[in-house]
Design a binder for this molecule. Structure first.
Ligand SMILES: Cc1cc2nc3c(=O)[nH]c(=O)nc-3n(C[C@H](O)[C@H](O)[C@H](O)COP(=O)(O)OP(=O)(O)OC[C@H]3O[C@@H](n4cnc5c(N)ncnc54)[C@H](O)[C@@H]3O)c2cc1C
Length: 473
């Protein structure tokens, strides 16, 4: 396909008849910027390592300058309804709209916004957000921590250390970022509007017609489309449609979190506290059944704290944990025109700080999965392929989050001592090939942050297509 465009350019420029309508050399020659774009984005027209070098340079320039890249446009442009304008719903809308789909988001709330405090944007979602042109809207508010420091609950001594400096940024082509949820949400919303996404507030969906790809709103009106994506959060109504027999109620994790933000200027006067905010870092104090996580957000002006502890008393407002062990089963009755994603599909303990990142990846993946359709009849195949890839990825992240919940919360004793010893090399700046700290452990780190949701989905798609062809011959 790329060479077709280049050939096209050649045949046009070879046309020597300046009298032919619209064929003056000035009309048919691509502009300099078009030619450079073609050369640096398409298959090389001649053998060249220098061109490969130039492409890498250009790609880096695009990353540095926040330029959103233009993706391959969807063959079949669909009308898509997304239920829920949370982080997952809007991210998915962006992923779909930039490929040419027409997207309408229905949100039950009377106004848009995110409550709560900080959220981390790891590179696996940050790379997508940059490519999608969201990062420019985050520039003023996002903070790039230099490190993640695990500290002993008793005295704050550093027992685990993940370097997020230049080596990390180069390796994952994106910094680790932390931001206020409201700023993140606003950045997504701004980009979605730029791409023509429509958001309808006060629109609570009360019924889904999965076969007809339609939803019924509280006021009785019906919205029809080609595909419905429910990003309706941990208390998802759509989830029960996808798996009618299962238990869909969010389940208590046994942990709860207090979240708070403090004005950084008020903290500077206390020298003991001031040292924590001296450099932008994530600090996590870990101890038996409790941890405290802190980092600065809002351009460094606000100090975010999450205090997690055992608590069964207040499940409805600030515990987000659903029946994760049923997650894979929940997808078994997948319907061709209705899918769920984000917390609706895989709410998890927040201990890998990857819940919203998984929703961003879901959005990237669904956009790729439906990009090559010729007809809506192929939706079932595309959504099945999406399902298999995303269940694996998000299911593994659910498990990784649960593992952090065990590792961090050891009581003082032999297990705690063994864990701290297994993280000592990174604290002392010695080289290490494994760590009990999942954020530092090279294998886990690369799996978490090196994952390219679009490429993984494309590979899964290609594999599914060749499997299908093999089945039929
Ligand atoms: C303490 C804590 C810390 C976290 N930290 C991180 C982190 O650092 N990094 C990270 O990536 N993730 C983190 N997460 C996870 C992250 O917050 C969630 O995974 C993410 O917000 C889920 O987004 P969502 O769009 O799927 O769902 P939601 O944000 O719940 O959005 C659902 C939307 O759907 C709307 N809706 C629901 N039902 C209907 C209906 N019937 N009709 C119309 N609209 C409807 C709701 O009003 C809402 O706007 C954390 C979670 C917690 C609890």
């Amino acid at each position: 396909m790329p060479s077709a465009t280049l050939n096209g350019v050649r045949s046009l420029t070879n046309n020597k008849d300046p009298a032919a309508p619209g064929n003056s050399v000035f009309n048919v020659m691509p502009s300099d910027s078009e030619r450079i774009h073609n050369l640096t984005n398409l298959d090389p027209p001649y053998p060249s390592e220098s061109l490969t070098f130039l492409r890498t340079l250009r790609a880096q320039r695009d990353i540095d300058s926040n330029v959103s890249t233009t993706p391959e446009q969807a063959r079949l442009k669909l009308e898509i309804t997304i239920v829920g304008a949370g982080l997952g719903g809007i991210a998915t809308a962006i992923a779909l709209a930039r490929r040419g789909h027409s997207v309408l988001i229905l949100e039950q709330a009377p106004e848009l916004g995110e409550v709560g405090a900080g959220i981390q944007i790891p590179p696996n979602s940050g790379r997508l957000l940059r490519k999608w042109g969201v990062s420019k809207h985050l520039q003023k508010s996002a903070v790039q921590p230099e490190s993640i420091n695990f500290r002993r609950w008793q005295d704050g001594s550093v027992i685990g250390y993940t370097d997020l400096g230049s080596e990390f940024k180069t390796l994952y082509e994106e910094p680790y970022q932390v931001v206020h949820r409201a700023h993140f949400h606003d950045a997504l919303y701004q980009r979605a509007v730029e791409l023509g996404v429509k958001v309808k507030l006060n629109s609570r969906v009360v019924e889904y017609d999965a076969e007809g790809a339609a939803v019924v709103l509280e006021d009785g009106s019906i919205v029809k489309s080609d595909l419905v994506i429910a990003a309706d959060g941990v208390k998802s109504v759509a989830r029960s449609l996808i798996h009618p027999q299962g238990n869909h109620e969010p389940r208590l994790s046994g942990f709860a979190a207090y979240r708070a933000t403090v004005d950084v200027s008020k903290m500077r006067s206390d020298p003991e506290i001031a040292q924590i905010i001296e450099r932008p870092s994530l600090n996590i104090w870990i101890g038996e059944d409790r941890h405290i996580m802190t980092y600065t957000i809002a351009g460094g002006n606000s100090f975010n704290m999450v205090l997690s502890h055992k608590d069964l008393s207040d499940p409805s407002t600030w515990v987000q944990e659903s029946a994760v062990e049923n997650m894979k089963k929940e997808f078994s009755g997948w319907d061709p025109k209705l899918i769920i994603l984000g917390d609706a599909a895989h709410a998890m303990l927040p201990y890998m700080s990857e819940g919203a990142a998984m929703a961003v990846e879901d959005g990237a993946a669904i956009a790729v999965a439906i990009n090559r359709l010729h007809s809506t009849k192929e939706l079932r195949f595309a959504l099945k392929t999406f399902e298999v890839e995303r269940i694996k990825r998000s299911g593994d992240m659910v498990d990784a989050s649960a593992i952090n919940g065990i590792l961090w919360h050891f009581a003082d004793g032999p297990e705690q001592q063994a864990r701290d010893a297994a993280m000592r090399a990174e604290v002392e700046g010695r080289s290490f090939s494994s760590s009990a700290n999942q954020w530092s452990d090279p294998v886990t780190q690369n799996w978490a942050y090196g994952y390219d949701a679009e490429k993984a989905m494309q590979d899964a798609w290609d594999q599914a297509v060749s499997d299908l062809i093999a089945e039929r011959v």
